[in-house]
Design a protein around this ligand. Sequence first.
Ligand code: AMP
Ligand code: MG
Length: 329
Amino acid sequence: MLQKQKIVYCMTIFFAVLILFTGCGRSDTAARTETAFALDTVVRITVYSEKDVPAAQRALARCQDYEAVFSRTRPDSELSALNAARGGTVSAELRAVLECALDISARSGGALDITLGGVSTLYDFTAETPAPPAAEDVAAAMAHSGMDGVELAGSTLTLRDEHTVLDLGAVAKGYIADRLADGLRADGVEHAIINLGGNVLCIGSRPDGSPFRVGVQVPEPGSTENAAELSVRDGSVVTSGNYQRFFDYDGVRWHHILDPETGFPVQNGLASVTVTGPESLRCDALSTACFVLGAEEGLALIETMEGYEALFLCSDGSAYRSTGFGAME
Ligand code: AMP
Ligand code: MG
């Protein structure tokens, strides 16, 4: 009798394990991440069904098309042509990004400044031995920056200063994430995460209906720890940080978010700003603007933006959050 019970028990375990493994092998439940290097960053698209993999691959391929529009460094991009011609007729994609950038720039008192292209090229974060740019080079480039030199009337862009170089690095990835999400949804994808080097956009929820968990990294280079964790359903989480692109020189962190008043990296005690909201483009524009503004003014800006929330992490370990931060489900 005891022997019989043991056999039944063993068989139950055997079938349970079999079901478990068959379940794991089924493509519907397994997450699949497709990866590519594009837009100067690692792009990851995670889907939860084998049938969605081709859609994820198509989305990755579209990153190249967007690079051909928004790249500041590619001489054949639409942006480079506009910079060279001091404006012209812009595509629908560029127009949408410019409109948002102009709007957030105005709301932030110019903290978001897309005319800093001449200055940002002076910083080479990937050089073997990076060094700060000469102050006179920064001053010379700054003489050709300023949002008042940018005019957008419908689809007609005018750059008043012939040496102004637009840099859409603070906003383009957010826009691209939104459009990749549109493409995935049109392809019938209901559950996915798009990650453009830290610009995260979640489509729907996890397949079991629970929200995605998105971590906000402790703002130190290479950290695998999270300072906060968010539950996200259909929304975006975008972080601007001084640890994402930087070099250390003479004990000073030279990072990629520039103060439009000086042309030098912002030094206001902030290490990162994370913005959540429905549109990744706005989250991206706001995260950069808020980093430049600092915690106090940044919080004031965020509180005027319905549906958008922010977490400010300072280098000394202190943190500030907007009233609704964390409630994204
Ligand atoms: P993000 O990572 O979205 O905060 O964008 C930072 C990137 O935007 C930099 O790598 C520069 O290309 C560009 N940038 C730097 N400072 C500013 C600024 N104050 N306003 C707009 N774009 C900026
Ligand atoms: Mg940004």
